[in-house]
Design a protein around this ligand. Sequence first.
Ligand SMILES: [Ca+2]
Length: 78
Amino acid sequence: MNDINDNSPAFKQSKFDISLRDPTAAGDFVFGTSALDADLGTNGTVTYSISGPSAAKFTIDQNTGETAYPHSILPSNL
Ligand SMILES: [Ca+2]
């Protein structure tokens, strides 16, 4: 039986409301979430990215979805 890639990744929530604290250090964790894809194997692999006007202010781990302040900026630049 072969699985086909007929499911898209989905977050448990469609909207997230988060409050950002001032970072105490570059690399500070900001936000974590995960999406699920019901397909098997590589068809079910989820990769994460961030987009939008403020995307450059954050980094995201494409494997875990963990979002953080980038190491390349100082907190005062946020
Ligand atoms: Ca899929």
